[in-house]
Design a protein around this ligand. Structure first.
Ligand code: ADP
Ligand code: MG
Length: 327
């Protein structure tokens, strides 16, 4: 705990964003309430993305009512692996990653064998709202299971790492790679025990990691170094994240992406209240970056112009890349 306080103190000097500032100056200011459903419901996000020509994991089916649960066998017919998740879930809760079938049963990503009725029970819990924000009724989404690109094999334990980029008015300001651990059971959510690793915006090379609130340099399960790894197609990820502004209209979001072995970069979800731990993973505060973007936006407005996603990516890469001087 003491180490964490020290870390946050050190970050304060670097323009760290606190929770009150995030909510008042960014979430409330830039995110229109009426647009929240687009990001708070993963089914709506997916449909929007498809409309905008942005790649997402394929949807196999939606279960909305108890009666619909009978359709599960039909929905997963022909698929050996798939993922079931609450449409309005968060933090990795309620997600079931099925990696294979086994003698009439199913094998989860962590190797647990489960029966069909256990999956049905899980779906029923999702529908009652056990995992949804606010606890109201929800829908279950059944989708394609992402197979991570082999590049992550040495620095990830089971499951799929994801790449989170914070985007302000279409400008990607900070990035983090999240790596599942044995503890996080195949999910890349920090509060499930995944590792957060900062990423240099200019190059896509990983910086140091944080795990359970302390700094680390090696993955606890694979013992390989998590820093200095070049993420493939980095500009592709940056441009994809930047273009999510046009997709959802929300001005302050966390864009979560994955790299599928066969399908390349895919959008997993968007978040209207992205967490602040990304600052620890990057050893850098968000505020000094967001304020520079805001100043730039003012200049553009005065000049009566706007920038394309590619121009916005170039702007933040030139200013916030670690390889670049800070001023
Ligand atoms: N289709 C999928 N295939 C494989 N793993 C997935 C899939 N969807 C989610 N996951 C794993 O679960 C984690 C959380 O999923 P996500 O859709 O971001 O929901 P949440 O809102 O709960 O964070 C991801 O970071 C990833 O590790
Ligand atoms: Mg997520």
């Amino acid at each position: 705990m003491f180490g964490l306080i020290k870390t946050w103190k050190a970050l304060k000097a670097k323009g760290i964003m606190g929770i009150n500032q995030r909510n008042a100056d960014y979430v409330l200011k830039y995110n229109k309430r009426s647009l929240y459903p687009i990001v708070d419901d993963k089914i709506i996000t997916k449909l929007r993305a498809i409309e905008a020509g942005i790649q997402v994991p394929q949807m196999y089916g939606i279960i909305e009512t108890e009666k619909d649960i009978d359709r599960l066998r039909e929905i997963i017919d022909g698929h050996n692996d798939f993922v079931i998740k609450p449409a309005q879930g968060a933090g990795g809760d309620g997600i079931m990653v099925i990696a294979d079938r086994f003698e009439g049963r199913y094998k989860t990503i962590s190797g647990r064998i489960i029966r069909h009725d256990e999956i049905e029970h899980q779906i029923s819990s999702i529908l009652t709202g056990l995992y949804s924000l606010g606890g109201h009724r929800d829908r279950a989404l059944i989708e394609y299971r992402v197979t991570p690109d082999p590049i992550f094999k040495s620095i990830s334990y089971e499951g799929v790492p994801d790449i989170r980029i914070i985007v302000l008015q279409g400008y990607p300001v900070m990035a983090m790679l999240r790596l599942p651990t044995r503890q996080s059971s195949g999910k890349a959510n920090l509060h499930q025990g995944a590792i957060g690793v900062g990423v240099d915006l200019a190059t896509g090379i990983t910086l140091h990691g944080t795990w359970l609130n302390s700094k680390i340099s090696k993955h606890p399960d694979t013992t390989n170094a998590v820093d200095g790894v070049q993420l493939p197609d980095w500009n592709g990820f940056m441009t994809l994240a930047a273009s999510c502004y046009e997709l959802c209209g929300l001005g302050y979001i966390g864009v979560d992406m994955v790299l599928d072995k066969e399908q390349g970069p895919l959008i997993l979800e968007l978040n209207a209240r992205p967490g602040l731990n990304i600052q620890i993973a990057n050893d850098s505060g968000l505020t000094w970056r967001t304020q520079r973007v805001e100043a730039h936006l003012q200049e553009l407005e005065q000049a009566g112009t706007q920038e394309t996603p590619a121009e916005r990516v170039r702007f933040t890469q030139q200013r916030f890349g670690h390889v670049q001087p800070r001023n």
